[in-house]
Design a protein around this ligand. Structure first.
Ligand code: AMP
Ligand code: TRP
Length: 328
């Protein structure tokens, strides 16, 4: 039986890259056959391992919750939780800390990259980040984890920790598999060689207004030449926009079709149409987002219901673990 778990850090508003590269994939997974359990978390304890503003943090967490729900996560099919409300994650992480050699952690590329970005944030939490991630996954005995490619070292580590626990205390955890989104890697509108990310204004947030969307797309960096042709190497700007178009408009079957539609037309004409496609796609999302925002009681109720269930599910694993160690 397949049990799905994934998490997203509340480090800013979700953008088109998060939607196409992650959430769309989660939705498909949580509705697929043979899925016994799907849990999506806002990993707010992970979020405090890198610089953040405590005055804005609570709102940021709730904003990601709204984004998830508005993007279509169905609370009847998947649990939607805040990590810090299910203390079993951090409890299991502590136990895992006692069996994880430091040398497994300080060699990880994600740790080195984060440290290079914010050298003052060289604390235990940053080093320990992947152990908490392993606990997030294994505390539910999840076995399928939809994530981007950059998270592969963390999935490998999760398996190493699971194996080590099994060998020390007896068979408990099964292997975990990553599930990658098919091909989606959305690039920044300003610099198409960089990934679209939450921390800059070079992406399209799911909550951007039609005016903002139009402005951002019309001023997106495009390449020299003026034909709408797909060439990732030579024309990364227009190619990225074409990919967004193809992923969002169900009428588009392949990139060739876009080339034919815009043969002899300008970048500006293509961009204006793309802006319309993005605006139309995000309309239902934004309506739902505004509805949810106006009814915070309803959102809290969804979270609390999910979190209560999550505490039950995770306690079962934690109790089994504690027994095996001799804590109970
Ligand atoms: P992050 O925003 O880095 O916390 O990532 C959250 C999820 O969105 C991860 O599964 C990423 O792989 C995915 N993601 C983030 N940025 C992009 C992007 N530009 N294109 C596709 N997927 C992305
Ligand atoms: N580290 C993941 C990221 O940066 C977020 C995350 C935390 C996660 N815990 C998880 C993802 C558990 C999947 C499963 O994207």
């Amino acid at each position: 039986m397949t049990k799905v778990f994934s998490g997203i850090r509340p480090s800013g508003k979700l953008h088109l890259g998060n939607y196409l590269g992650a959430i769309k994939n989660w939705l498909a997974l949580s509705e697929a056959e043979g899925i016994e359990q799907a849990i999506f978390a806002v990993v707010d304890y992970h979020g405090i391992t890198t610089p953040f503003d405590p005055k804005k943090y609570h709102e940021q967490v709730m904003d990601v919750v709204l984004d998830y729900l508005a993007a279509g996560v169905d609370p009847d099919k998947a649990l939607l939780i805040r990590q810090s409300k299910v203390p079993q994650h951090t409890e299991l992480a502590w136990i895992f800390n006692t069996i994880t050699p430091v040398s497994w952690l300080d060699r990880l590329p994600t740790y080195k990259e984060q440290l290079a970005k914010s050298p003052k944030y060289n604390h235990m939490g940053l080093l320990d980040y992947p152990v908490l991630m392993a606990a997030d996954i294994l505390v539910y005995k999840s076995n399928l984890v939809p994530v981007g490619e950059d998270q592969m070292p963390h999935i490998d580590l999760t398996n190493e920790i699971g194996k080590k626990f099994n060998s020390m205390f007896g068979e408990t955890f099964e292997p975990v598999k990553a599930h990658m989104a098919p091909g989606a890697r959305i690039m920044s509108l300003k610099d198409p060689l960089k990934k679209m990310s939450k921390t800059s204004d070079e992406g399209i947030a799911l909550s951007d207004s039609p005016v903002e969307i139009k402005k951002k797309i019309m001023s997106a960096t495009t390449d020299s030449g003026k034909e709408v042709l797909y060439d990732e190497q030579k024309k990364p700007g227009i190619s990225n926009l074409m990919e967004i178009y193809a992923l969002l408009d169900p009428k588009i079957k392949n990139l060739k079709q876009i080339e034919t539609m815009y043969a002899g037309k300008s970048y500006a004409e293509f961009k204006a149409d793309l802006a319309e496609v993005v605006i139309e796609t995000l309309k239902p999302f934004q309506m739902k987002y505004n509805e949810l925002k106006a009814d915070p009681g309803h959102v809290i109720e969804i979270l609390e219901r999910s979190e209560e269930r999550a505490r039950k599910l995770s306690s079962a694993t934690l109790n089994e673990v504690k027994k095996k160690i001799g804590l109970e």
